[in-house]
Design a protein around this ligand. Structure first.
Ligand code: P6P
Length: 345
């Protein structure tokens, strides 16, 4: 039941979900609460980023004489400082930090660990394209008082919570604690995330495909044949698909979740250092795959569910195909037919 005046806040949503799941601890609501505090701070900075030049900020020192960091460094600092003292986590990982981030000895540790990309797509800031934060929460599995890399390198099937914040025309939090996917929009006038998209479900099939076709020469045979096929016709309608590609994963995945279709970042051989693709498993693909499956969608390497993969390295990259289940299954049929096993997408 929504408050007549305010609407359902994130805190109330979590409280009501906890009533339905007595086994859920209050920890997750604390974790999500801390994440939203950091998100509000990042949202404020992202929304004025365009003014850096206008205000004559040198990019070195701002009007308060504070150092103006690159926004992704800033976002990284904000999320680390919002989370490291909370007592919820035993260890953390960030796209911006090469090694696992230990909880400072002066702070208590907790039964969870978190991996996050503090500001994904930040190269798009200068052209005012939506960017986002992505996070994934696992339970601690290692022994001993403080966490270690083992806690972070778990299959996505074991995630207890995941989500993203998209900093766009509005700031939205889309998250799941394993009971469906729910969207909350920040009302800056009250500083609260209010439920705007309850129980998001993705269409079983969509007609939008989203991929950087500039990488076509580097794709596998299966991916090329799949994209050529759907550019000819949508089997369901006999008409071609629509192409949409923003180049910011959170924005592309948010559209895919709401409008259906398929998002792809195949492995491409253009970068010999990363022959398996660009997107990272721990803090991009696993959380997005968790959300997709919770919303009735699918997320695959081209051959197997992303959530079944056991990570072997903190910043490991994987081929990534996600969206409406029928679209993802259709892609997997092309991979199976045209790619030599066991090569994924
Ligand atoms: P490309 C942004 O840099 C990012 O990591 C993702 O947000 C996005 O999906 C991808 O890279 C875009 O990569 O090679 O198409 O520019």
């Amino acid at each position: 039941m929504a408050d007549s005046k305010l609407g359902i806040t994130l805190a109330r949503h979590i409280y009501e979900r906890q009533k339905e799941h007595p086994e859920a601890t209050g920890e997750l609501s604390g974790i999500l609460g801390q994440i939203t505090v950091a998100a509000k701070v990042v949202s404020r900075e992202v929304n004025k980023a365009g003014l850096v030049e206008l205000l004559g900020l040198t990019g070195e020192k701002n009007v308060q004489g504070e150092e103006v960091k690159r926004l992704d460094d800033f976002a990284n600092d904000v999320f680390i400082s919002a989370l490291d003292h909370s007592g919820h986590f035993c260890i953390m990982a960030s796209e911006e930090v090469a090694e696992p981030i230990p909880i400072p000895l002066e702070y208590p540790t907790g039964p969870y660990c978190i991996a996050f990309d503090p500001l994904d797509g930040s190269s798009n800031i200068d052209v005012n394209v939506s960017i986002g934060t992505i996070f994934a929460v696992h339970r601690k599995v290692s022994h001993g008082p403080r966490g270690c890399e083992e806690d972070l390198l778990q299959p996505g099937r074991r995630l207890v919570a995941a989500g993203y914040i998209v900093y766009g025309s509005s700031t939205m939090l889309v998250m799941s604690t394993g009971n469906g996917v729910h969207g909350f929009t920040l009302d800056p006038s009250v500083g609260e995330f209010l439920q705007s998209h309850p129980d998001i479900r993705i269409a079983k099939r969509g007609k939008i495909y989203s991929v950087n076709e500039g990488n076509y020469p580097y794709w596998s045979e299966g991916v090329r044949k799949y994209v050529n096929y759907i550019k000819e016709r949508d089997p369901a309608t006999g008409r071609p698909y629509t192409a949409r590609y923003i180049g910011s994963m959170v924005a592309d995945m948010h559209r895919t979740l709401l409008y259906g279709g398929i998002f792809m970042y195949p492995k491409d051989r253009k970068d010999p250092k990363n022959p398996v693709g660009k997107l990272r498993l721990l803090y991009e693909c696993q959380p997005m795959a968790f959300l997709m499956e919770q919303a009735g969608g699918a997320a695959s390497t081209g051959r197997a569910p992303i959530l079944d993969m056991r990570p072997t390295a903190l910043h490991q990259r994987v081929p990534f195909f996600a969206g409406s289940p029928e679209n993802v299954r259709h892609l997997e049929e092309f991979i199976l037919k045209y790619n030599p096993a066991p090569v994924g997408g």
